[in-house]
Write a protein that binds this ligand. Structure first.
Ligand SMILES: [Zn+2]
Length: 462
């Protein structure tokens, strides 16, 4: 809004310009007022360290977990971050800070209400590990300042490109500072964003005692990516009545629904003998395993690469091969528990076809339940996601419920009796080199968390 160039009549110009300035002043005041009103954030003291700066520190620490583990944490290096967080939590005045044998960091932010028992203790969880799928060593975070649109080519491997076509949310990030890796590693936004946001929330609450909240339980977990030690999670000692994982993706995505999950193992039994004297004796189980896999594209239409949204899938993901015994592991995923039963039948049909072709190979099928869709429990606690949607709204974010095509620590905690939906972190493209978040993503997610603990204090009661 600018004053137009003066016309020939000077007197008229002055009047016009004064009017224009007056209108502009009113407009600016209204904008400032509405910003202060809608965010409720205008009067808060800033944290001692921003969510962005914390995030950039945490991603430098390699915390990759390992798929095959005899104990938790699956990798010692996760404890480097655990110990740092332990120190930082204590410095922020968090109480009961400890690291369990499995590497879980626990803490409690005491409430500041006249009677904290009027408000349920709310838990927040973020995970420390990064996916075994892509290296998380020597992460070199790149800040693309004041992003002006277009595809983002990652500098150290120019074949790694974050495209607008595949990431439509980029259009909402014009003017933002986007954070990526350099193209050779993942970034670790999953889930160091969640950790940085929670630490900054605690910092903001410490700097602003006027923000009222009940007791807040905090946990940082190892090995979330490899189905970590949640069965050992000390739900009782932690003390939360309800909890949230802060492990979601783009701003506004809140989830009270995950897959129901089974893992199937198909074993092919052959007969091994020395290859030099194998004629007429050896039965190489690997051929039957290969035949079984080769039938998938035709017989199993719902695979990860062909499905989206609420469609389930069947996904062979790991094999071991020898003449005597070969095994194939398969993920079965569906939002509906009855869908899993149908998937098991579909896999058994493929087995039957392979068996016809390889009658001498003994084929066994077994499967085990991983976790159930948490909506089965969370439907009885709609306030958890209602409050999170309200907290987002107060931060200026339009939020909604979106099912997760995966599992979270919350899936298992919910099954163990602690209702735990999932909140957004601002991150994108988890588990890959194209992972990114942004300054706004980190800051707005933090603001939502601060709003959320206030809303629980306002609502009180159950
Ligand atoms: Zn995660």
């Amino acid at each position: 809004m600018v004053c137009a160039a003066p016309p020939a009549n000077a007197g008229g110009t002055d009047l016009n310009c004064q009017l224009c300035m007056f209108t502009m002043k009113i407009f600016v005041s209204l904008v400032l007022l509405s910003v202060a009103f809608t965010t409720g954030f205008a009067q808060t003291k800033p944290p001692t360290e921003s969510a962005m700066d914390r995030f950039l520190r945490y991603v430098k620490i390699d915390t990759q977990s390992a798929e095959v583990a005899e104990k938790y944490p699956s990798t010692e290096k996760q404890l480097v971050l655990a110990r740092l967080l332990e120190t930082e939590l204590k410095a922020l005045g968090v109480q009961k800070v400890r690291i369990s044998d499995e590497g879980i960091v626990y803490g409690m932010v005491p409430g500041n209400l006249p009677d904290n028992s009027n408000v349920p203790t709310i838990g927040f969880i973020a995970h420390m590990d990064t996916s075994p799928a892509v290296s998380g060593a020597n992460v070199n975070a790149i800040i693309h300042k004041n992003y002006q649109g277009g595809d983002i080519v990652l500098p150290n491997d120019k074949t790694q490109i974050i495209t607008v076509a595949q990431n439509p949310d980029l259009k909402n990030l014009i003017g933002d500072d986007i954070i990526t890796a350099d193209g050779t590693t993942l970034l670790g936004s999953d889930d160091k964003s969640g950790i940085a946001e929670l630490m900054t929330m605690i910092d903001i609450l410490k700097q602003n005692p006027t923000i009222k909240h009940g007791n807040i339980a905090i946990a940082f977990t190892p090995d979330e990516e490899v189905g970590g030690p949640m069965d050992k999670f000390d739900i009782k000692g932690w003390g939360a009545k309800f909890a949230y994982t802060v492990d979601g993706e783009q701003l506004g995505d809140i989830s009270n629904e995950t897959w129901s999950a089974r893992t199937a193992t198909v074993t092919f039994g052959g007969r091994s003998t020395h290859p030099g004297t194998a004629k007429g004796i050896m039965i190489n189980s690997a051929y039957a395993a290969g035949d079984f896999l080769a039938r998938f594209p035709e017989m199993i239409p719902n695979r990860p690469e062909t499905t989206a949204g609420r469609e389930g899938f069947i996904h062979p993901y790991s094999t071991a091969m020898s003449e005597e015994t070969s095994t194939i592991k398969i993920l079965l995923r569906d939002f509906d528990i009855t869908g899993l039963a149908a998937q098991e039948e579909a896999v058994k049909k493929v087995i039957a076809e392979t068996q016809k072709k390889y009658p001498n190979v003994k084929i066994d099928y077994k499967s085990e339940l991983g976790y159930l869709n948490m909506k089965e429990v969370l439907k009885d606690y709609p306030q958890l996601t209602d409050y999170a949607i309200e907290a987002s709204k107060r931060a200026g974010i339009v939020a909604g419920l979106r099912p997760i095509r995966g599992g979270t620590d919350g899936s298992r905690l919910t099954a163990l009796g602690l209702p735990t939906p999932n909140l957004f972190t601002g991150g994108h493209n988890f588990h890959g080199k194209l992972e990114f978040n942004s300054r706004k993503g980190l800051e707005k997610s933090t603001e939502m968390l601060v709003n959320l603990v206030q809303i629980w204090a306002e609502k009180g009661g159950k």
